[in-house]
Design a protein around this ligand. Sequence first.
Ligand code: FAD
Length: 435
Amino acid sequence: EKVINVIGGGLAGVETAWRAANEGSKVRLFEMRPEKTTPAHRTDKLAELVCSNTLGGKEITTPRGLLKAEMELLNSLVVEAAKKTAVPAGGALAVDREKFADYITEKIETHPNIEVIRQEVTQLPEEGITVVATGPLTSDTFSRFLREYLGEEELHFYDAISPIVYADTIDYTKCFWGSRYGKGGDDYLNCPMTKEEYEKFYNALMEAEKVPLKEFEKACYFEGCMPIEEMAERGKETLLFGPLKPVGLIDPRTGKQPHAVVQLRKENREGTLLNLVGFQTKLKYPEQKRVFRLIPGLENAEFARYGSIHRNTFINSPKLLLPTLQLKKNPKVLFAGQITGVEGYPESAATGIVAGLNASRIANNKEPVVPPRETMIGGLLRYITEADPKRFQPMNANFGLLPPPERRIKGKLERRKYLANRALEVMRRWLKELS
Ligand code: FAD
């Protein structure tokens, strides 16, 4: 009988263990706390929430609401615990973090198929199937091991994320497609600014409220993830030689080079998501919305992902992983959680379920599986394994990851309702076929 090793008892690891154990597999779950801890964890509990206590929206018309509905269909332990320990928070599912972690710890520790081992893992176990779920703050020794095992360049320690907007919320009459000096075709959408527009944007950026970096995050700037507001502080002109550089870009409507240009690049194959190039930022989310909507064409833009800069250990999944979460070079090793380049509590947990299911299937000589593309989980798994490996950055749940509706649907809410119902229907059908 093949044992399944799960490394890390966080949001992803507990889901992996739960799923694999419920499939009948024997699981060894390794958690280094309390023997050794991370800079963010405070307790010895499994599935400790390190920061906010919310798992996102409840409605299936919100990205995380849909994700959680799909997870429920997959018998998620995290969603079960969250519902049992919920506290009032309007449209969001927020929890009492102590009770939430206690509930999960107790379920895992008393499961007859799971053995919890409180020990730091420093290299891959030789025996059995292994799921790596050590999270954004993977221990240093194991990080070093992974770097050596996967390749120096393939494990990152920080993310520097620029915002992504939904392509269908842009005013295209104010922008134009094209690359600098006409090289590279229509890869970029250019939002030109006059001197006045630039100054207004610059002033708003300088005054906007920022999230302070945590002590353990400060080394980030040495890794070259300078936030846009930090760059702006060096002088009014600095951005014009950086991310807002206009050279080589001629606005076809005026025949001239604009004073400044913000460039957006397609983030996925479908072109439903556009990334603001070079806009990694520590601005607070509402401030990002306010300031970046001053960019011509983005006045009504909706954000699929906000910018951020974090300490975050994650691997280059598009290069290293299959959508089943198996390592290409060793299919008996799987990855789950934030370390795969998904971002957020429910996202991390969701990948854990898939890893648990697949680890168990592999142990039983069955083909590993991937949830369909139309589901939020399927969309996330495709994104992290199909994105451009040269500029891979973590991704949270959002509707741009799903194939657009087959027919035109008017209104954002109607469109989301359609996508959410389609996702759940496809997921139900898929689960039926699986069993
Ligand atoms: P974790 O939940 O961190 O679990 C990993 C586990 O592995 C930990 O228990 C750790 O102790 C253990 N471990 C690490 N190395 C080893 C080893 N070598 N051997 C054995 N055990 C090991 N997401 C949100 O949605 N909302 C937020 O507010 C939020 N805030 C965050 C704040 C910070 C500071 C960070 C770093 C991340 C935050 N995230 C947030 C992002 C992320 O979704 C969470 O960190 C989430 O917990 C990730 O789940 P995970 O299972 O991948 O990792």
